[in-house]
Design a protein around this ligand. Sequence first.
Ligand SMILES: [Fe+2]
Length: 319
Amino acid sequence: MEKIDDDSQLVRIPITQLVKFSDAFAGAEIHLSIGGKFVRMNYATDEFVEILRKLQQKDVEMVFIRQSEVKKIMQEIQESLSAKTFYDPKTVTETKVETLDDSMKTVKNIIHQLGVDSDTVTLLRLVNVRAMSILSESPSLYAFIKRFKKNCSDEFLRAMLTSYVMSLVIDKFPWRSDSVKEKGAMASLLCDLLMEKEDFAILRKWEKEGGDLPEHIRNHPMDLADKLRTKRDLIPSETITIIEQHHELPDGKGFPSGLNASRFNQLSAIFIVSQRFIEELFDAGFDYDKRFEITAKLQKRFDAKTFEKAMDALITVVT
Ligand SMILES: [Fe+2]
């Protein structure tokens, strides 16, 4: 191993993602963080996966690659989602779902560290398009969850189901279009980019029990919106508004701003009720029989003029 001094351009990547996309990462220069110092590993390309697996056995979860190699890796991932590869008849749907989940995680991890650029946005769009196509082939939302929940992460399932329900809700409006659906889908994929795994548990506990919500969780919608606002050419303003408002409630008890009901626009309202429906469905253990109970609960919580049409459309779609 050889020590390197310039660590300014290293990007943190979970080993699981390198193993999953081993073709994309093969030959990439891998660095380890040892005692606060970055150390470049020397190894032959054909031993790539084997060495990474050995590191995993030593409980190493993260390694580092050079920022200059990220572009190539994004291209390889895009290739794995290209129509030709993705719709190969030999590829089973479970594998496609796993590939989408891993692609989303890799892209989000890179966005988290380097910010959005046109390649990462293109990939996120592609993940959404492919996931929506699989979801639309499923007999129902519940059938999809039942079949694929073992093949993907909770995070992926929630983001994709929100995007799907939202697209069905948007279809109930005269202004529906693929471009509006995509704006919502981007919000669904990005809204919790700054949240760590343990933050979700804290947030869900807070939603049930109240109390103090840590500042970084309270501010995650605004912090991300501020970051994305610098990339207006890539992220539509409607997407940023949804991200800002995704934890607000019409009674003013949401966060971070405690907005009152009149401040929500129609697309944010649709996003919020769709996302809440999916959250409640997870809490209810994906029980199809609980759908009426869930929508009745949401109707009480979103009992405001600005949410009326969104709630009516949601009920038509999910019950
Ligand atoms: Fe959030």
